[in-house]
Write a protein that binds this ligand. Sequence first.
Ligand code: HEM
Length: 225
Amino acid sequence: MTPPPFSTVIRTASRDRHTEAENSAFMGDLLGGRLGVEAYARYTEQLWFVYRALEDGARALAGDPVAGPFLRPELFRLPELERDLDHLLGAGWSSRAVPLPATARYADRVTEVAGGWPAGYVAHHYTRYLGDLSGGQLIRDIAEKTWGFRRKGDGVRFYVFEAIPNPAAFKREYRALLDDLAVGAEERERVLTECATAFELNTSVFADLAVAVTGAPSRPGPSRG
Ligand code: HEM
């Protein structure tokens, strides 16, 4: 029997962790309209640290036979994030921005794999960019309605891929690249593990954000009777 394509394997393997990230208390509250625009701004600020690591890493990996094919400039988000943050936080935000502990761990891990393990970097690339092209569109729609951003305008540009007019076709091509990932079976297993780590890091950022914006942990703590 032919094994399933790697894009299917990675999607199936991350399904449970996707559900967990999607259903985190912070995401639920944010997208349920229960948090103010400051929470959305703080979340966007944390993304900036993550994408800085991803896109600095992309520069380091340009031409790499394993990660190189994934590094499509039309995916880059840093300029859009910076424009959104100018709008959300005002001029000078970058000198005030602070990564939450989970964000720092996440960015450090991305930088680490970008520097030494190209296929591990692909796990992080997939987890963020394919998600942004998928559920990210739903998040944009809700953010526009909840906090009154202009459609596809400042504040939500991160979710707008101007250079990708047909996301479904782009995702098909991306999945074909995953299917052809230039590493063997054993390393593919490690990529699945790294992808799980990438999802867990996202969930940890949401947990830190829950504490930072509401002062309450994202999961109920032990009962104090
Ligand atoms: C409330 C938040 C989220 C919603 C509503 C959401 C929703 C979705 C939806 C509907 C899809 C399927 C799109 C399709 O079939 O083409 C998807 C795919 C995906 N999401 Fe999310 N998502 C959320 C959060 C996240 C997070 C936090 C991550 C990780 C950082 C993530 C990563 C992904 C990835 C990698 C895919 C592509 C799966 C694949 O086709 O291989 N998502 N998301």
